[in-house]
Design a binder for this molecule. Structure first.
Ligand SMILES: Cc1cc2nc3c(=O)[nH]c(=O)nc-3n(C[C@H](O)[C@H](O)[C@H](O)COP(=O)(O)OP(=O)(O)OC[C@H]3O[C@@H](n4cnc5c(N)ncnc54)[C@H](O)[C@@H]3O)c2cc1C
Length: 534
């Protein structure tokens, strides 16, 4: 079949980021091509940690169960210093249904995303490399080189660069990838471990010689990672099982016996990002935009969430529902998140295996972390990425002060009651009311029918325009103790909360904020009349 030479969006790269972007766009019906220079799927495990926020987003897309069934849950992490347990990080405290780190090989993550894309009618084009790009005011032309040597020119309305760290597009656009290559060299291996090492936690050993970490995949399978290997090993391409065993013997006080090495590698961690995420109609997502140390398992998760943030915005622009100024909020939302992840992963790497001054500072601080609920909460909610928010984005507008939920926040994983005589008696999880292709307007705590009718009548005036993109749900606190998380988040006064398709709060107001909500909608969306005329 002839390929579409004018897709609406061309995606370069079919790693987890490109696949997530293709999945988002195809769900909205955007004509998309996704090209990948490799001739087939990757076969090495690479990223293994899938974080709670990614699983929450995947749940709304009907994919989380597949991940959880295949992956292995670690409910905590043990950090040891010089032979003693210093900290147990307790992930069960994460305020999410996914209160664990899920370990699953990147090959599996990519397979699930790819199959979901295929189920929506999309497909990766293997053996196709983007070699050049040209920006026009209203399109982007890319040159594609096929595996058989043939050359194709494609003109798309937008291009997503998901090529990973060595992006051709980023280099062609002359975007600086500022940052540094960290001094540390790391070796890794996927192995079976004999011994009594519990697989319900991951284990990090901080020693004078460097860091050693073991991450569980399930059963006796673990990923071993070590920093600062001996000089000869640092120059090797693939560490052997004997070399990995020697590092375990040197740094772990557990009797660990490694066997059956299936993959090993050696790498330097980089800490780099671009200053802006788009140039004209070209957008950078994932490792093409930011790379960091694997400490904390953040890279792939961040890339998938970049794609989710951009996907609905591009789709709405292409549908004519909004102007291109919505696309500027991709940078506003994601640049602060990327900056914060970069500095945290660098700090984590230095603290546990880096220069001795930082390591001794960490060893002193660790017992305080272990005993402080506050510090535990910060550590876990940051690693799980559920604390990430877009409060400072132009798209976040707040007119309300009751409850902790603020415009720009992630929608909390809590239960709600649907009031009304025909509504189900049982409380339901808030996430089940959300649709990843639509906005959701939550009318919370409206006990007074008149107040609710006034809001509805005011919104009704705008119903012919952008409100057709919005589902409306009335919610209230579940009875008894189960109502506390709801009251903490939503307060007790009547409120109106507009949830974006990526499950972040766009607008939050009280019972008299309906006019403000209309203004918010009119600011960001194209009135229906204008859309029909276009
Ligand atoms: C050892 C290791 C462990 C890690 N562990 C974790 C972890 O536990 N959790 C986590 O979140 N992250 C982790 N990461 C990071 C994670 O692997 C990356 O962040 C993730 O792969 C980025 O996905 P991506 O799709 O943006 O880029 P990539 O995975 O690099 O995918 C880019 C794709 O684009 C293709 N491509 C490149 N150039 C072109 C071109 N010109 N034309 C067409 N195709 C092209 C490439 O072949 C590739 O398939 C780890 C990384 C490493 C190395």
């Amino acid at each position: 079949m002839a390929k579409d030479s004018n897709p609406q969006v061309l995606i370069a790269g079919a790693g987890p980021t490109g696949l997530a972007a293709a999945l988002e766009l195809s769900r909205f019906g955007v004509r998309t091509r996704i090209v990948e220079e490799m001739e087939g799927p990757g076969s090495t495990s690479r990223a293994i940690a899938v974080q709670a926020r990614t699983l929450e987003e995947l749940e709304i897309r009907g994919l989380a169960d597949q991940f959880v069934e295949l992956g292995h849950r670690a409910e905590g992490g043990d950090i040891y210093g010089d032979g003693k347990l210093l900290v147990h990080v307790d992930f069960t405290k994460i305020p999410s249904r996914y209160n664990f780190v899920l370990f699953l090989a990147q090959t599996e993550t990519e397979r699930i995303l790819r199959e979901a894309l295929e189920a929506q009618g999309g497909a990766v084009e293997w053996g196709v490399k983007v070699t050049a790009i040209g920006l026009e005011p209203s399109s982007v032309t890319t040159v594609l080189e096929h595996a058989d040597g043939s050359i194709e020119e494609v003109t798309a309305a937008y291009v997503i660069d998901a090529e990973g760290a060595h992006s051709v597009i980023r280099n062609t656009l002359g975007l600086q990838f500022k940052g540094k290559t960290l001094e540390e060299t790391f070796v890794l291996g996927d192995v079976q471990v004999d011994g009594n090492l519990p697989n319900s936690s991951f284990h990090i050993f901080s020693s004078e010689s460097g860091l050693l970490a073991l991450f569980p995949f399930g059963g006796s399978q673990f990923r071993v990672v070590a920093s600062n290997p001996p000089r000869d090993l640092a120059k090797a391409k693939m560490p052997t099982i004997e070399e990995l065993q020697a590092l375990c013997d040197q740094r772990s006080h557990f009797p660990i016996k490694l066997r059956d090495l299936t993959w090993s590698s050696i790498f330097h961690a980089n800490s780099r990002m671009v200053g802006n995420l788009h140039v004209g109609r070209v957008f950078l997502d994932g490792d093409a935009a930011h790379i960091h140390s694997p400490a904390g398992g953040q890279g792939m998760n961040t890339g998938i969430q970049d794609a989710i943030n951009l996907g609905w915005k591009l789709a709405l622009v292409l549908e004519g529902n909004t102007s291109e100024k919505l696309l500027d909020t991709y940078d506003q939302d994601r640049i602060p998140v990327m900056r914060s992840i970069l500095s945290r992963t660098e700090a984590m790497t230095n603290a546990m295996g880096g220069p001795s001054t930082l390591r001794s500072f960490f060893l002193h601080l660790a017992p305080w972390i272990a005993n402080s609920e506050f510090a535990q909460e910060i550590a876990t909610s940051r690693i799980s990425q559920i604390q990430m928010n877009y409060r400072n984005s132009a798209l976040s507008e707040d007119h309300f002060g009751d409850g902790s939920l603020t415009a720009g926040d992630r929608v909390p994983d809590i239960t709600v009651r649907i009031p009304g005589k025909d509504a189900p008696k049982e409380a339901t999880r808030l996430s089940t009311l959300l649709d990843a292709s639509r906005f959701t307007l939550l009318l919370a705590n409206f006990q007074n029918v008149e107040a609710l009718e006034t809001v509805r009548a005011t919104l009704g005036k705008a119903a012919s325009t952008w409100l057709e993109l919005v589902d409306v749900a009335k919610v209230a606190a579940p009875d008894g103790d189960a109502g506390k998380p709801f009251a903490d988040a939503f307060g007790v006064k009547p409120s109106i909360t507009l949830i974006r398709p990526d499950a972040y709060v766009g607008f939050r107001g009280g019972e008299s904020s309906a006019e403000d909500l209309i203004k918010y909608g009119d600011k960001w969306f194209t009135p229906a009349a204008q859309r029909q005329a276009a």
